[in-house]
Write a protein that binds this ligand. Structure first.
Ligand SMILES: [Cu+2]
Length: 308
């Protein structure tokens, strides 16, 4: 109910106009009901049934035609808004981001920006139309960032297109809105709307990722990343790790949250996550690594903390 962009505003307008039409219907129907209850109530001197009437053609006509007209009015607004917000190509010259839903996280890929890939935090420039191509890698998900626009399903084997625009810089929270398994409630996302200058800076960082573990511990972590199995699922920009099953970890230190935006991105939470992810987020498909010695987990966290 607090829109932060043109798409959300249009949709709120539709909800508000439906709401006020309903309120008017409620008032009219309640008034007629109250009048009928008072005027035609049973009197104490009345023994017989009142005259029975039915099939008044005028009334039948009236209460068929009035709702039909109101529904037609709502349909015009709904169809107009639906076509304005979806379809492909939605808007010419928009920045396209391909969104893939996974159990239980989001992948974002920017085809026009060197195909750069990130996870769970969608960076966009403010005041620019962003087109999203939504699809799923497994089951049905639904993309929903309430302040920027309504829900749209992510369907395996199909791409749905929507667009949005953020008026002002800020963090906009989102959530998967289609039950997709145990971790559904923890499948969250952030839209980070940035000034064009800050956005370009982020793109530069992502296009030239640096992984320079300096401490001995972080260097050890980098080796472990390749040997204990992390690299079979995760890509890390600036290294040779190129797994494509789990979230891309490039610029991990730049993210606010981890685990599908469920926990703040702190070394303590990263430790717990690497140690036993399913214990932190039920249903997480990242395996349990609790057999690793604490020292190895610390080394892996030190490596992750070095990704910029
Ligand atoms: Cu989901």
């Amino acid at each position: 109910m607090d829109p932060a962009g043109p798409v959300a505003r249009g949709q709120l307008g539709l909800i508000e106009s439906s709401f006020w039409i309903m309120v008017e219907i409620f008032i009219v129907v309640s008034a007629v009901l109250v009048v009928a209850l008072i005027r035609f109530r049973a009197r104490s001197d009345q023994k017989d049934l009142p005259p029975q009437v039915h099939g008044d053609n005028r009334l039948e006509f009236l209460w068929t035609i009035v709702p039909a007209l109101l529904l037609a009015l709502l349909a015009v607004g709904t169809v107009k808004e639906s076509f304005a917000d979806t379809g492909s190509p939605v808007v010419k010259h928009a920045l396209l981001v391909n969104v893939t839903g996974h159990q239980f996280w989001w992948a974002f890929q920017y085809p026009s920006l060197d195909n750069l890939v990130t996870a769970n935090e969608l960076h966009v420039p403010v005041g620019e139309k962003i087109e999203l191509g939504l699809t799923s890698a497994d089951v049905l998900h639904s993309f929903w960032v309430p302040r920027l626009g309504g829900k749209t399903d992510l369907v395996p084997g199909k791409t749905n297109y929507i667009w949005f625009e953020a008026d002002k810089p800020g963090i906009y929270y989102g959530q998967c809105a289609e039950f997709c398994g145990t971790g559904h409630a923890d499948m969250r996302l952030i839209v980070d709307a940035q000034t064009p200058a800050k956005f370009n800076q982020w793109v530069k960082t992502m296009e030239n990722p640096v992984s320079t573990p300096t401490s001995a511990l972080a260097k050890e972590g980098e080796k472990l990343f390749g040997t204990v199995g992390c690299s079979t699922c995760h890509t890390v920009g600036g290294t040779s790790f190129a797994g494509a099953v789990g979230p891309n970890l490039t610029d991990l230190t730049g993210r606010l949250m981890i685990a599908g935006n469920t926990f703040p991105n702190t070394p303590q939470n990263l430790y717990k996550w690497v140690h036993d992810a399913p214990a932190m987020k039920p249903g997480a498909l990242m395996p349990n690594f609790d057999y690793l010695p604490p020292h190895d987990v610390k080394a892996l966290v030190a490596f992750l903390e070095s990704l910029r």
